[in-house]
Design a protein around this ligand. Sequence first.
Ligand code: COA
Ligand code: AMP
Length: 629
Amino acid sequence: MSYRTEYDHSMNDPEGFWRKQAEALEWFKFPQQILTRDADGIGYWFADGEMNTAYMALDHHVNNGRGDQLALIYDSPVTDSKARYTYAELTDAVARTAGMLADLGVVKGDRVIIYMPMIPEAVISMLAVARLGAIHSVVFGGFAPPELALRIDDATPKVILTASCGIEIKRIVEYKPLLDKAIELAQHKPQSCVVFQRAQCTASLIEGRDHEWTSLLAKAKPVGCTPVKGSDPLYILYTSGTTGKPKGVVRDNGGHAVALKYSMKAIYNVDPGDVYWASSDVGWVVGHSYIVYAPLLHGCTTIVYEGKPIMTPDAGALWRVCAEYGVKALFTAPTAFRAVKKEDPHALLMKHYDLSKLQIIFSAGERLDPPTEAWLSESSGKPVVDHWWQTETGWSITANLQGIEPMPIKSGSSTMPVPGFNVQILDENGQQVARGTQGFIALKLPLPPACLNRIWGDDKKFRESYLRLFHGYYATGDGGYIDDDGYVYVMGRVDDVINVAGHRLSTGEIEEVIAGHPAVAECAVIAHDDEIKGQVPLGLVVLKSGVTIDETELQQQLITRVRENIGAITCYKDTVILARLPKTRSGKTLRKTLCRIVNGQQYTVPSTIDDPGVILEIIETLRRKKFVA
Ligand code: COA
Ligand code: AMP
């Protein structure tokens, strides 16, 4: 099968193409409606099919002879522990946990927030919620209480599942006080919280609201799978937009299961029984799709890794796990490889391990920069494949389809559109640009299965955020170009979103937190290039008139503010006090110009600038602080 045949089939006959893919799954009632569209062209996939995602991912395999195969391996260098679950054991654990939730009154359609570290119980919780036909919303453990509170108010969960702590390299992060604070801040109060007590710390429980996981589970009976419609939501996952409030991306059960199952062979070229490892966190979309759902839907063995690529204990961690479990395909973010490269530039640690089973390495989360790609492919001798995707799509938009027709790798490109995605480069008027010309990357509607078709509780925001910019298209927020061979190059965000260590953050949200400091009159947060993390936020701050504060002291206070309001993963460190910010005559801060200056790129000063002199002033200040040469 050639890539072109496969792709053209998906474009010319989307319903036929995806009906065929849907047949690979065990439905309770096969869908009759493959694709329905609304007046704006938004697609709804498999709406009338009856199914349960957890059934497809677990019970189906047990019923078809895979019960004894390993489903999940837990490897935790930070606690020095390991565990293994067969499909039969994982199914049983999920059915009992679903029973525990049912005892707390969780029924189909209810929301359950999961705020947990990378332990098997996090994955079990997600599948247990899915088993009940309820909707999970996993909140990354690195988010601070106000961020968690926003999500609690938006998703209005009946139950919150958590653990007593997460373990970072240098510290234990107690989750329970963070959760208590978040519930205090939120308007909505969950009926119950269930706390998984870990050996490293014991959380105190609030009488009447909080329950101890193990004792509750001991009383629970396993429950079966609740049938849901293909169009019923499986989960809500919040992601940063351009405003302070995160957007709750809704993922439907049907399209999600079909697209993810298809992707495992088409993109990753893995088969049932293979070991597949996405080294991410269940709090991110990569974790949802490729730690939990896709590998299990496909009958693979997945790995839950509670550690880092470096320091747990060294920069050979990725290779150790690959060798120990016979990983066939590894997927992680470029920042992880850059961190490994910095610690072990000659990849000497890699040579300690037998990587003969590892066939391929996938990268996503940010553009795989050519030097990192070259280092990794040369030192590993394996193909290194970049693929581009977003929380909104749930799987990759462009990739090098290993199970269909592997293409020559072009450094800096995430290769070709994945079947189902009609990728176009548009100018600001929505016109397609010539090959090789940079523009806004947009996806022609309808989007393929798994992609979002709504934002939780805010349809208007969905249409305004993604559909208003280009009529008939979904605006990805990324910019880039397509070359003469059809290869797509994704060059970065065109909005106020930055990418820190593969984590998506809103500069607007960080600005809101900084602007709340009593000394700050206004500020601009911009992306500063970083050798390891790709980008880190830099705060350019103007003080209120008459206020004097030492810059180092202000910086420290702002670091604390950002950590307490958003979370340590923001990696906010640097603050520069400026006399004023560059603005257009209409008062808009020239963030793009500032960003180019700070990162040593060529910049032009727009003719609409209020006072061109401010730019020279700022360059002088940044030079003094050694931010620019
Ligand atoms: N809970 C609480 N805090 C967390 C956390 C979690 N789940 N995850 C990260 N943090 C904290 C870290 O402890 C750190 O805090 P510190 O500033 O007090 O040290 C901060 O958030 C930044 O974390 P991180 O970005 O992980 O930086 P690091 O210096 O600890 O590690 C890397 C650097 C490169 C090893 C790390 O960024 C990494 O593994 N990146 C890969 C990311 C990834 O897999 N992304 C997937 C997206 S596809
Ligand atoms: P998230 O929704 O957190 O997964 O972040 C999605 C954003 O990360 C995209 O819009 C891109 O800006 C960036 N991104 C992810 N993968 C890639 C990639 N392979 N190449 C370039 N950018 C990427």
